[in-house]
Structures are given as C-alpha cells and as structure tokens.
Design a protein around this ligand. Structure first.
Ligand SMILES: Nc1ncnc2c1ncn2[C@@H]1O[C@H](COP(=O)(O)OP(=O)(O)OP(=O)(O)O)[C@@H](O)[C@H]1O
Length: 279
C-alpha cells in the first residue's frame, strides 16, 4: 500500500476515469481524514459515487471540481453533517459515524451556506460556539478576543451578526469553527465573498495552523489560489475522484488550472449563444 502522501494517480490528459483506493483498503488511522467508498444519492441523482481518499495529517488539502461535482456532499459526509448511503470516514482514526461526538471534537467545520444565530453579536456567537464545544466561559471569551483581532473583526465585535456583510459573516463563522482549537479544519469555499485583504489574513491564519501540525481541508473553484496555498489537491467530478496527491504531482508540470480542465473536460461550447454577441 502506498503512503498517505504518495500520489494516488497521474492519469494522462485523455483520462477521466475515476481513480483511488479500492473499497477493500481499510481506513488509515494515521491520516487526518480517511474516506472509503463514500456514496450518496438524492433520489435518482448520484451525487457521490464511491469516493476514497486519505488526507495526510499536517497537509493543506484542496478539493477542487466543477459545479455539482459532489464537493459539498463529500465534505458534509466527511464531517458528520450528512449521513452517507454507504462508506466510512475517520478523523485521526476515529470513525465519524460510529463515534460522532469524539470525532467532532477534533473537527472545525465551515460549511457552505451555514445558518448562524445572527441575533447574537459577533463576540457572543464565537464565545457561545466555544462553550458549546466544552470551553469554560473565561477561555471562550479570551479566545474570542484573539480570533476577532486576528480576523479584523474587533470593531464589529458588538455588532449583531445579522448586520454583518457576507464577508464578515464568513469570518465570524470561521472564528466559531476555530474557537475550540480543532486538529482538522474543513472549509467549504472559505474565500467566497471575502475581500483580498481579509482573504490574505485567513490564508495566513490557516497556514500558521498547518505549520503547527494542524490539517486544513478546503474546497475552492480558484485553481490559482489552490496551487499557491495548498500542499495537496484532489480533483473530483461527477461524484468521483479523478486525481489526488501533492499539488506538484497532480499538475505534472502544467498549471493546476490547465490540468483541471484536461481532467474534467474542456469549456462548454457557446456557439448556441450567437444572439448574445453585440455585433
Ligand atoms: N439536498 C440535495 N437534494 C438534491 N440534490 C442535491 C442535494 N445536494 C446536492 N445535490 C446534487 O448533488 C450533486 C452534487 O452537489 P454538491 O453540492 O455536492 O456539488 P459541489 O461540487 O459542491 O458543487 P458547487 O461547486 O456548485 O458548490 C449536484 O448534482 C446537486 O444538484
């Protein structure tokens, strides 16, 4: 069996066949996140069709794929938010669906489209999230102040979350996911709606987390960002894993964006939109 951070596949440009670990390979307890044969359908729609992946501890792992590829569904199942039809996931060796409380203690999750208690102030929301995760009040408050400062939200600490902009809401949700000091942070599109300065601050925070041994898993559509920020990447499409490994292994000498387009298929034809041409 290959090591957790070995490349899982290097399919050629013509290949878009699913790759990955066989369903018989057991969960890897040394991986930060180990996923085996995850499947999920919504009615007739197969969203995730048997996906297996090991995310090494200490990696900054990007999950990329076109719209509707199954990224959110996979991350939701991997973090205990959505029950899989089939398959297993462990976080540092703890089975997410057999021991959800234990596994969730290790996880900080920023889901896509998260609903927050937006009638609380930013400071109240983060401290509340900390207390829900078992922190005592003083620790929750002092970590809240640290996070507000790190994310540039100190001035908005006493503002109701309902009055936050989209980017500020994203940042306060991120702070709420970090306050209990998880070992693995999973973020679905964390930079959406976030201005470039705030995005740089979030990147710095996440990079620092990885440097101290934590693991970050992030889904994104921005290939350039993933190429610069992540150590590893998995490409998924149609609910299947197409390639995974270190960013350099997956992009194989090309830009990640070019490699991504080769793997998932070229741009959609726009000939049918001739009526949209201005001349
Ligand atoms: N609750 C749901 N009910 C029905 N279909 C769903 C549901 N959630 C996801 N799907 C379908 O499953 C497929 C995968 O969706 P998912 O949201 O996981 O993709 P994604 O890769 O995160 O997409 P995007 O990049 O656009 O956010 C899509 O075809 C989507 O329409």
């Amino acid at each position: 069996m290959s090591t957790p951070d070995a490349p899982r596949a290097h399919p050629g440009p013509e290949a878009s066949e699913p790759v990955g670990l066989g369903t018989h390979v057991p969960l890897d307890p040394t991986a930060a996140v180990s996923i085996r044969n995850l499947c999920k359908s919504f009615g007739d729609k197969l969203a995730v069709g048997g996906l297996s992946l090991d995310i090494p501890a200490g990696s900054f792992y990007g999950i990329v794929g076109p719209n509707g590829a199954g990224k959110t569904t996979t991350l939701s199942m991997a973090t205990g938010l959505l029950r899989p039809d089939l398959g297993h996931v462990s976080i540092h060796g703890i089975d997410v669906w057999r021991s959800p409380h234990e596994a969730k203690r290790l996880l900080g999750v920023l889901p896509d489209g998260l609903r927050l208690f937006d009638r609380l102030t930013g400071a109240q929301l983060i401290a509340y999230a900390g207390e829900l995760r078992g922190l005592d009040r003083d620790t929750a408050r002092s970590r809240t102040a640290d996070l507000l400062s790190a994310l540039g939200l100190t001035e908005a600490a006493e503002t109701l979350v309902v009055d936050y902009s989209a980017g500020m809401t994203k940042k306060v949700a991120l702070a709420s996911a970090l306050v209990h000091a998880p070992r693995v942070i999973v973020l679905d599109e964390p930079f959406e709606s976030v201005d470039p300065v705030s995005a740089a601050g979030i990147r710095e925070l996440l990079t620092g987390f990885v440097q101290t041994g934590g693991t970050v898993v992030v889904s994104s559509h921005v290939m350039d960002l993933v190429q610069r920020m992540c150590s590893h990447v998995a490409v998924i499409a149609r609910g299947l894993l197409l390639a995974s490994g270190t960013v350099d292994e997956v992009r194989a000498g090309e830009s990640l964006e070019d490699r991504f387009v080769q793997l998932v298929g070229g741009p959609q034809a726009t000939e049918g939109l001739s009526w949209l041409q201005s001349s």
